[in-house]
Design a protein around this ligand. Structure first.
Ligand code: THU
Length: 160
């Protein structure tokens, strides 16, 4: 038996180090926490999707009394973008989390279901998307959805 290593390398940076385009995207994700409907968790998440043509779509988590019926911010924003622009690749997605009156100190990280959805979008357009995760102390930038979900299940796996 041998070990196989799956490696993920992300960049850690401060807001001042971001390009103007990515600073704008983080700002949109931060603004979008105001769109959150989160009466159960009181954990507001905002997401902003940047398309390859510069268009931005925003979303926020939408909760439901039947908990699993709710949807995370990342998928709300990504499905919105894909439904409005089904042929335009996604360049980047940013998200920010807000609770107890402030943005979280450490960057929030997309849940497993969201990672799978981001990956599908990436594969659908054959275009890597950078994933920017905002925290008050640091911002993490992952190079692709695949890097957040190594050894993933994709369309090709359906062919056996
Ligand atoms: N949530 C997101 O919107 N994105 C994530 O990546 C993690 C969690 C939402 C789901 C739920 O409304 C609340 O945060 C608490 O889990």
């Amino acid at each position: 038996m041998k070990n196989i290593e799956f490696k993920t390398i992300a960049k850690s940076c401060k807001e001042e180090e971001l390009s103007p385009e990515y600073k704008m995207l983080i700002d949109k994700a931060k603004e979008s926490v105001k769109l959150s409907y989160s009466p159960y968790s009181h954990f507001a998440v905002g997401a902003a999707v940047l398309l390859a043509d510069g268009t931005v779509f925003c979303g926020a988590n939408q909760e439901n009394a039947a908990y699993p019926s709710g949807l995370c911010a990342e998928r709300t924003a990504m499905f919105y973008a894909n439904a409005q622009c089904p042929t335009t690749p996604v360049k980047a997605l940013a998200c920010a989390c807000f609770t107890d009156g402030h943005f979280t100190h450490k960057p929030g990280s997309p849940c497993g279901n969201c990672r799978q959805v981001l990956l599908e979008t990436e594969q659908r357009f054959q275009h890597d998307m950078e994933i920017l995760l905002y925290g008050e102390n640091e911002i993490l930038i992952f190079p692709s959805a695949k890097s957040l979900l190594p050894h993933c299940f994709v369309e090709d796996d359906l062919n056996g």
